[in-house]
Design a protein around this ligand. Structure first.
Ligand SMILES: *Cc1c(COP(=O)(O)O)cnc(C)c1O
Length: 398
């Protein structure tokens, strides 16, 4: 390896020295609100398992039955011999749920975002992207030859400036891309204002609703439903790896021509294996539950509201909002250390939460991100709040 291994080892040592090494905790049970880990049992507040469907018995049964009916793997990309009727069923069900003409499955939402931009935008075009968009949007935008503009997170004045700049360059097509819900803050994108500006400047709107589909909005259809712009967002991307069962797979949902062209041209679609049959069947069941039953969404909302109100009562500093992502802030110079120590102290008592600090979030805005799930009971939520209170006094008295 001509000394490369030593160079890589030095890079790893540097990551470790900065305290940025990610250590993977190994789980010994299915994903759930209560999990076993190699270090003991834990109450889990950091999964994207918003509707609690990751280990839902009906979803598991649908996936297990599919192993018998549809087999284990596809061993093909979609366009050769990797499309079962259920792949199309799932695409149609997704489109129907989020309110678009059609949808197309990808191996992941990372791939959906990796594939779409270069297909629908060329060198004559422009993409205007929120600065806090997911890494997969950033990478997908890089793969396209379109001009790139970035606007400050949810800042509509800045979006207007960038739209003016793009129009000034005589761009043929302009696409505004935003996450529907931002994962570090739980804030929703201001979609009505974004759609207004898009209309004014003749731009399209793409929303990545990975942290929204299934549970945001009255019917769980996403951030566009919550903000009353279901008929004004042009293209949605999303994942089957979060609320909708948490298996794997992603999609682009939108107008027929967009979906049809992606089937012809999107590289992660054309050159990567089809989503596994059992995952397709389980995801179909998860989507059906998300569509037909309001109870998991209601439970999720109750849990988030209870957590927010008990934590506020206990004097914690929360970012406001309605999302089941609840950031508990530890501001200031000392915040990163306190957030990490509080999270560690909580884990020692079996409550699993994660602290985030710079460079993942801005300096001075360290936080513990709590993610509620419909699988949590009221007792679970109270246990989490009690653990926060105990850990805070432990850390602050040392
Ligand atoms: C999780 C996430 C993705 C990636 O989804 P996968 O299906 O796991 O690849 C993409 N975009 C956003 C906004 C996400 O939160």
């Amino acid at each position: 390896m001509y000394g490369v291994r030593e160079q890589l080892a030095a890079e790893l040592a540097d990551i470790e020295a900065q305290g940025l090494t990610k250590h993977e905790r190994q789980i010994t049970t299915p994903q759930s609100s209560h999990i076993g880990t190699t270090q003991g049992e834990a109450l889990n507040f950091c999964a994207n398992n918003y509707l609690g469907l990751a280990n839902n018995p009906d979803v598991v049964t649908a996936a297990r039955d599919a192993l018998d009916e549809w087999g284990f793997g596809m061993a093909s990309v979609r366009f050769i011999c990797g499309t079962q009727t259920q792949h199309r069923d799932l695409e149609k069900a997704i489109a129907d749920f989020v309110g678009t003409q059609d949808a197309i499955l990808f191996p992941s939402c990372f791939d959906a975002n990796g594939g779409i931009f270069e297909v629908i935008l060329g060198p004559e075009d422009a993409i205007i992207s929120d600065e806090l968009n997911h890494a997969s949007i950033i990478d997908g935008v890089r793969l396209s030859k379109a001009d790139r503009y970035r606007y400050k997170n949810r800042d509509m004045d800045d979006l207007r400036s960038q739209l003016q700049a793009a129009r000034g360059q005589d761009s043929r097509r302009i696409l505004i891309a935003t996450d529907g819900a931002f994962s570090m803050d739980g804030y929703l994108a201001p979609l009505p204002e974004i759609c207004d500006l898009a209309e004014e400047f003749g731009a399209m709107v793409l929303v990545d609703d990975s942290h929204a589909t299934g549970f945001i909005g009255e019917g769980g259809r996403g951030s566009h439903e919550a903000r009353g712009v279901m008929d004004r967002v042009d293209i949605l991307t999303g994942t089957l790896g979060k609320a909708l069962g948490g298996g794997s797979g992603g999609y682009v949902a939108g107008p027929q021509e967009v979906v049809d062209l992606l089937r012809q041209r999107a590289r992660p679609y054309l050159f990567s294996n089809a989503v596994a049959p059992s995952v397709v069947a389980g995801s179909l069941k998860a989507l059906e539950i998300a569509r037909d039953s309001d109870e998991p969404r209601a439970q999720l909302r109750r849990n988030a509201e209870l957590f927010r109100s008990l934590m506020t009562e206990a004097g914690f500093d929360l970012l406001p909002g309605e999302h089941p992502i609840v950031p508990v802030m530890f501001r200031g110079e000392d915040g990163a250390r306190r957030a990490t120590q509080v999270a560690d102290a909580m884990l020692a008592t079996g409550v699993y939460v994660i602290a985030f600090s710079f460079p993942v979030v801005p300096k001075g805005q360290a936080r513990i991100r709590v993610q509620l799930s419909a699988a949590h009971s009221e007792d679970d939520v109270r246990t989490c709040v009690d653990a926060f209170v105990a850990a805070r006094s432990e850390v602050d008295t040392v």
